[in-house]
Design a protein around this ligand. Structure first.
Ligand code: MG
Length: 293
């Protein structure tokens, strides 16, 4: 079982918990259709000095293969990390393996120093220390994070190497020792908890380092708190695609053995958090690049 403390707080305004839960779980079935009218494409035919007719196409007002960089600016230069998985030059490093990096970037959920430990260049979850959360807040982002389930195998199902990466402290990508450890599909490693199982199980053995590369776009809410644009996730687990631009249908909080939470409006930026589920899961090499929506 997974737990998220605030999972049912959205229901307090309803008359009865049963009605509240049912209302919270109503998910729009129709996904907004792609706008096929975009981009705007204009076509011009011009005679060149040599007399030949040339075709010019403009996409949203910009000429195809435009070489004038005042009209088509070049992308910024980013220096990639030396090795795959290393932070590129424009990333914000949230943990580099040092105790200084841990205290500079992470607290408990009350903003106080966390009781998680730094061991062998990794941050290790400590039972009952609570969630670890980043000091900085993020919305849409690219996140790289590495984790290892305990090498000493204990427990089974959801009780083995359980933690979680919570985008905006809210949407969980499950961390679990899913190497030869069966549990429900929408709760195994790489699942958007309770909402979307991973495409494949790309788990390494317990104790071995694994990576998640996550592209997350945050949900948007209207003034009444109703979700008007749902979150999307693309996730690679150890370099293998496991969530392919998945539109998250609702919240990922645990609301019972066969129930999850709905969307609940929140600010545009919130801390990243990592779950204390009672197992000494380790994390390292964490970096983030903020994305525009
Ligand atoms: Mg978890």
């Amino acid at each position: 079982m997974d737990q998220k403390k605030s999972s049912l707080s959205a229901s307090s305004c309803f008359a009865t918990p049963v009605v509240a839960l049912a209302a919270a779980l109503v998910v729009p079935t129709a996904v907004a259709e792609e706008d096929m009218s975009k981009p705007e494409i204009k076509v011009e035919r011009k005679k060149e000095p040599n007399g030949r007719e040339q075709l010019y196409m403009f996409i949203d007002g910009v000429k195809v293969h435009e070489t004038d960089t005042t009209k088509q600016p070049l992308p910024p230069v980013v220096t990639p990390g030396e090795e795959p998985g290393d932070a590129p030059s424009d990333a914000l490093v949230l943990f580099d393996g040092t105790p200084e990096s841990f205290t500079a970037n992470w607290t408990d959920t009350k903003g106080e120093p966390s009781k998680w430990k730094v061991v062998d260049g990794a941050m290790e979850s400590v039972r009952r220390a609570g969630y670890l959360q980043s000091k900085k807040k993020f919305g849409s982002c690219q996140l790289h994070i590495e984790w290892a389930a305990p090498s000493k195998v204990e427990g089974d199902g959801q009780g083995r190497g359980n933690s979680g990466v919570f985008l905006m402290g809210t949407y969980e990508i499950q961390v679990l020792d899913s190497f030869q450890n069966q549990t429900y599909a929408d709760g195994q490693a790489g699942a958007l908890y309770g909402r979307s199982k991973p495409l494949v199980n790309a788990s390494r053995k317990p104790g071995e380092w694994q990576s998640y590369d996550i592209i997350f776009h945050q949900p948007k809410f209207d003034q009444d708190g109703k979700v008007v644009k749902r979150a999307t996730f693309t996730v690679l687990h150890n370099g293998v695609l496991i969530q392919d631009h998945v539109v998250l249908s609702g919240g990922t909080g645990w609301a019972g053995p066969h129930a999850v939470t709905g969307y609940k409006a929140h600010p545009d930026k919130l801390p990243l958090s990592l779950q204390d589920h009672g197992n000494p899961v380790r994390f390292r090499n964490i970096w983030v690049r903020e994305l525009k929506d």
